[in-house]
Design a binder for this molecule. Sequence first.
Ligand SMILES: *Cc1c(COP(=O)(O)O)cnc(C)c1O
Length: 369
Amino acid sequence: MIPYFQPTICDEEINEVVATLKSGWLTTGARVKTFEKNLENYLDVKHVIALNSCTAGLHLSLLSLGVKEGDEVITTPFTFAATANVILQVGARPVFVDIDKDTYNIDVNKIEEAITAKTKAIMPVHYAGQSCDMDYIMWLAEHYHLSVIEDAAHAIGTTYKGRRLGGIGDLTCFSFYATKNMTTGEGGAVATNDDSLAQMIRILSLHGISADAWDRYSDKGNWYYEVQECGWKYNMMDIQAAIGIHQLDKLDGFIRKRQEYAGIYDKELGDIIHTPVKRCDRNHVYYLYPILVPGNRDSFIFKMKEHGVSCSVHFIPLHLHPLYQRYGFKLGDYPVAESVYSQEVSLPLYPKMSVEDVMYVCKCVKECI
Ligand SMILES: *Cc1c(COP(=O)(O)O)cnc(C)c1O
């Protein structure tokens, strides 16, 4: 049996969690601070705020930019619900732009025609772990005075023109959910080079209080605090950061393994099915390995399952969900996303697989096609 995903958790993570539990300090504290500093170094960005999810990061990013009722935010329909749900949650309207047929990222050539007087931000999603065309997105943002919030849930460690994502857009949100390329169980972070956005996100992440719990309760801090905003409860715990610190140390190794296995898939399957298209000016960290299968996608997944291989589908385009249909979106609105969705299958790909596992998946794909 080859499950769709299994995290790589080793003794370092386990021992650090046990040490955290024994330390008596469970919530936001010294380990979260260390994790944030290590992420700032890894990403080469001025500020990282660790949170309890990427969704929280996307939500606070919109709030910190003042996006509100009546505003519009441009994004892709080919993503997880969190990306657009947060736009609705601040009262704004998601404006979807169809995807590029090769990378399945937002089609940057169609963004400009979607910009209106109400547009406040562009929210690109780096699908599967390959960067969007950030130069053009940043040019549009500058030209039309828009902010850019990157949904980099798939893309920690992804590079664009030699530079790691994190700080190209105004705010970059990462996910450390259990299935992502590195994990804290649940968790996320926002990276930014903007001092005031970073400060606002930090305040909004903990009830709108001006200093975090570590400052308030540690020996260095004191009992006094001020509530400055109507904030949320989105802080990361030290128990999560204990896992994250060691996952981050291993991230580049995880990425190399994913790239190695993706190379095997490319070589074994590239001639018989449609494998991912990689642009030459950016790397790909292969959070997903999406293939397009001819014929009946659902029966392919069923047959793979009978061979003991679990597959998945990323994503059901958001405009096909009942929630978004209530906002007036309908079948036919985004034909490229719909066409890719109808054929897409995500193959298992993670560092815990062996080369034999990867070869077995290839064999099954050839048989089931
Ligand atoms: C996983 C994911 C999220 C949400 O991340 P959480 O950390 O679970 O909140 C957001 N966007 C995309 C594209 C994702 O895949």
